[in-house]
Ligand binder design. Structure first.
Ligand code: 13P
Ligand code: SF4
Length: 319
């Protein structure tokens, strides 16, 4: 960004952003969608907080003129695929995803060429260009259901998360060819520290996201998407939970299940690396700025968007 643009992006320190953001929302006729891994104060400013599937469904049915997406790039891109005529804003365009980044479209094309005749199931954590090469999209909350819809004799490629893919294979009994991708946040939970936590809290229920490694998931009492984990914590009769996913979810869990003890599972190091560095790029200040300046906005080549829309629409119909 050049210096003049940086100057334009400064914020008047007298402004109360918690008043300004709702004001801008009314002015723009905008809707603010946020994922559970966003900072708590960003979640609190949103009209809707959800998992990837619920956010895509909200984006599909919104009547707002502007969609402000507090999540990562592929999520805002999904909203744009569904809403080519609407302005879709992402507070920080650099908010990527290791799963999407580690599945470049040219390498994915070459991978698919090695597996002709396969039905391609692609996790929503992928770029629009990769979605455009797929037969159906899935999220962590509907992956099992989506794979079960595919005729038994049809070979399947599943990408890009190998851990979710393996979990789906176990649940459905289907063999699938897996793209070897993983999430940088979910692959570093420490099995050893998780076992130590279970010894320390023997009554606690372990709830985990299917992007975790198999040896970590082996210790879970419940495995599901962020929304499914949240619902489980609310409904379970247990009072303590060890939560094995990005800790942003604790904000909604704490609100929805007051009085329950939530213990975040530790990573394989002393730092807070289980915070998703991409999700956490969005701040209240950047949320305000993107609404004030109506940028950065998502753009997509129309041919890619159109090809990505077909498998995405199929997912929404199958869900
Ligand atoms: P959910 O769809 O379960 O919210 O997961 C999104 C994600 O990015 C997990 O890392
Ligand atoms: Fe991507 Fe992992 Fe961050 Fe989810 S937590 S957005 S999968 S890097």
């Amino acid at each position: 960004m050049d210096p003049s643009e940086t100057a334009l992006r400064t914020i008047d320190p007298r402004l109360d952003l918690f008043e300004e953001i709702p004001r801008l929302k009314r002015e723009l006729h905008a809707v603010i969608l946020a994922h559970y891994y966003q900072h708590g104060e960003v979640q609190d400013l949103a009209d809707f907080v959800g998992d990837s599937l619920a956010l895509a469904q909200q984006a599909q049915k919104t009547t707002a003129d502007v969609i402000v997406f507090c999540g990562v790039h592929f999520m805002a891109e999904t909203a744009k695929i569904l809403n080519p005529e609407r302005l879709v804003l992402l507070p920080d365009l650099a908010a990527g995803c290791s799963l999407a980044d580690r599945c470049p479209p040219d390498q994915f094309r070459a991978f698919l060429d090695k597996h002709p005749g396969h039905f391609v199931v692609t996790y929503v954590n992928s770029s629009a260009a990769v979605k455009a090469m797929s037969d159906v999209i899935c999220t962590s909350s509907n992956a099992v259901q989506i794979v079960e819809r595919i005729p038994k004799d049809t070979p399947i490629v599943f990408a890009p998360d190998q851990h979710l893919g393996r979990f789906v294979m176990q649940k459905t009994g289907r063999q699938m060819v897996l793209w070897p991708g993983s999430c940088q946040v979910h692959e570093i939970f420490s099995e050893k520290k998780l076992v130590q936590l279970k010894v320390r809290y023997p009554e606690a229920e372990v709830v985990a996201h299917p992007e975790c490694e198999e040896r970590v998931l082996a210790h879970a009492d419940f495995i599901g998407s962020t929304k499914a984990m949240l619902d489980r914590v609310v409904k379970s009769a247990k009072k303590q939970f060890i939560v094995v996913t990005e800790p942003g979810i604790l904000h909604q869990m704490g609100k929805a299940a007051p009085g329950k003890e939530l213990i975040p599972a530790p990573p394989d190091s002393g730092c807070a690396c289980n915070e998703c560095p991409h999700m956490k790029l969005n701040t209240v200040e950047k949320l305000y700025l993107c609404m004030r300046d109506q940028k950065p906005a998502l753009t997509l080549p129309e041919d890619v968007r159109r090809r990505a829309l077909a498998p995405l629409t199929r997912m929404l119909e199958w869900s």
